[in-house]
Design a protein around this ligand. Sequence first.
Ligand code: PEP
Length: 254
Amino acid sequence: MRRPILTANWKMQKITAEAEAFVRTLLPLVKSASGVEVVIAPPFTALERVGAALRGSEVALAAQNVNAEEEGAFTGEIAPRMLADLGCGYAIVGHSERRTLYGETNQDVAAKAAALLHHRIRPIVCVGESLQERESDRTFALISSQIDESLSALPRERAADLVVAYEPIWAIGTGRTATPEMAQEVHAMIREQLRGRFGEAGAGIRIQYGGSVKPENVRDLMDQADIDGALVGGASLDPESFAKIVHFDQQGGT
Ligand code: PEP
C-alpha cells in the first residue's frame, strides 16, 4: 500500500550540463518502472534545468534544503516559494550533513517541513544516529527524539505528504551499510512512533533508508517490511547505477 520512493541526492555535485545529460540518459532507463516513485534532488543551481528536462515524465524534482522563512533579508538562502516556482514536489530537510556541518536542529527541521507543506512541497525529513550514539546504545532514544521534535509542527491531516528518511550517519558515504535487519529494526520503531503521532495515517507514511545504498544491496533492504524506499547519494550520480536501484525488484538479493 506504500508506493516505494527512490530519491537521488546529488549533494554539491553536477553543473547544469551534467545534470541535464544525466536526466536524458536516466529517463528511458526508468520508463518501465511502474508502481514506484522516482525523485531527483540536484543542487539549487540545476533545479530549473533538471525540472525542464523532467517535464512530461513521472520523475519528480526535489531540493536538498530550504529556508523556513517566507522571504526577506536572508542572504544566500532559498525560500519554499522559490522551490515551488521551479516545480519542486519534494525537498530534503535535516540531512545529517546539514545537521552536523551547519548546526541544524530538530526545531529548524520542523520549521522547514511546515514551511514546505504550506507551499505544497512534500518534506523528506532525515533522521539518523552517529556511530558513537549507536555504540553507546542510544540509537532508539536519539531517533525517537529526532522524530518527535522534527515533526512537531506537522499537522495530522498532512501526514500523507510526509516522507521520513532513516540514514545512520556512519553508513553515509562510507560504503558501510546497515544490514537489512538493523535498518528494519529502526524503521519498525519509527513506524510505531508515526502511528502513535498520526494514527492510521502513520501506517501510510513512507520511510526511506539511506546509507551506501547500491544496486547490489537495494533488493535485500527493500524486502524489509518497513523499508519503503531509498535515499541514495554516491550511487545516484551515475544514471545506470541509479536506474538499477529504481528497478530494485530486478536485482539479485541474498
Ligand atoms: C545520502 O546522501 O543521503 C546518502 C545516503 O549518501 P550515500 O548513498 O553516498 O551513502
